[in-house]
Design a binder for this molecule. Structure first.
Ligand code: MG
Length: 289
């Protein structure tokens, strides 16, 4: 074998090796294949290829083996002047009626957030608000409007935040013609991951986050499965199954927290950052990890 051929051969082995290495990361399904033969009245034999994946036949119709998905009633879209409705299987945390599902972050005292025209908002010195119910992995819908009267710049303009499990922040900020560091702008996993695009609407307009969150898993004090976020901002994908490499807690201008072990569930929190950001139409659907 000449040298050129040998290099090609070794390269090919590496490529195949890497390919197998990558494949090994997947959970391997248990596949079984067989052929079912049927004979009609005229003696014609038909052979149908069959396959099962992890014990379930492809296109299985027996509900005991492959149940039908639960039927739910989908919600309605929001308009600027009217919030939409949550899907029928969602836990509604705020629909403009009252703040009964919310409490202050000490978990005991009533929230000081106020309601105004069927929206809720922080007021001076109110602190963050949190849901009484706790959640782990979930789908979350939340709508917000940064102040129409623009004040401040950078992180000081329309700042709030959506905190999953009371600790992982998706930034809320008015980034409409307002520059700040990319990993702290609207839809950023704060300090960890900038959004894919800036999909901000104008100050004062209603905007939405649709979030699919999978909680981190800890074993013996160490993270063994990191949290992931998929986020749509005003219907635009801005976090594409982003894996959170650690915490999002602010420790200084160029430093954020690491993962710290915690339980399977935590409250949803909305931030009071001193700016009167409005919220409406907040609902959650719990997901399996
Ligand atoms: Mg914030």
């Amino acid at each position: 074998m000449n040298r050129k051929l040998l290099v090609s051969f070794v390269s090919a082995v590496f490529v195949v090796g890497f390919a197998f290495g990558a494949l090994a990361d997947f959970d391997k399904p248990v596949i079984k294949e067989w052929t079912e033969k049927t004979t009609d009245d005229k003696g014609k034999v038909t052979e149908t290829p069959c396959m099962s994946i992890d014990g379930i036949t492809v296109h299985e119709e027996d509900p005991a083996k492959q149940p039908q998905p639960q039927v739910i009633t989908p919600g309605t879209e929001s308009a600027q002047d009217k919030p939409g409705k949550a899907p029928s299987d969602a836990i509604v945390l705020f629909d403009g009626t009252d703040l009964s599902k919310w409490i202050s972050t000490d978990g005991k005292t009533p929230t000081k957030w106020e309601m105004k025209d069927a929206t809720m908002m922080p007021v001076r010195g109110s602190g963050m608000i949190q849901s009484k119910q706790e959640f782990g992995s979930c789908q979350l819908h939340v709508e917000f409007a940064t102040p129409s009267k623009v004040q401040g710049s950078g992180q000081g303009r329309g700042n709030s935040g959506v905190f999953l499990m009371g600790r992982y922040e998706i930034q809320v900020l008015d980034c409409y013609e307002n520059k700040t560091y990319p990993d702290g702008q609207t839809g950023a996993l704060y300090g960890r991951k900038p959004p894919l695009v800036n999909a901000c609407r104008k100050p004062g307009e209603w905007q939405s986050y649709d979030i699919v969150f999978h909680r981190p898993v800890f074993e013996n004090g160490k993270v063994v499965k990191r949290a992931t976020f998929t986020v749509f901002h005003n219907g635009v994908l801005i976090q594409d199954h982003s894996e959170l490499t650690g915490g999002t807690g602010w420790r200084g201008h160029h430093s954020i927290s690491n993962y710290e072990p915690h339980g399977d569930k935590g409250p949803l929190q909305l931030q009071d950052h001193g700016n009167p950001v409005l919220f409406r139409n907040v609902w959650v659907r719990e997901l399996k990890d």
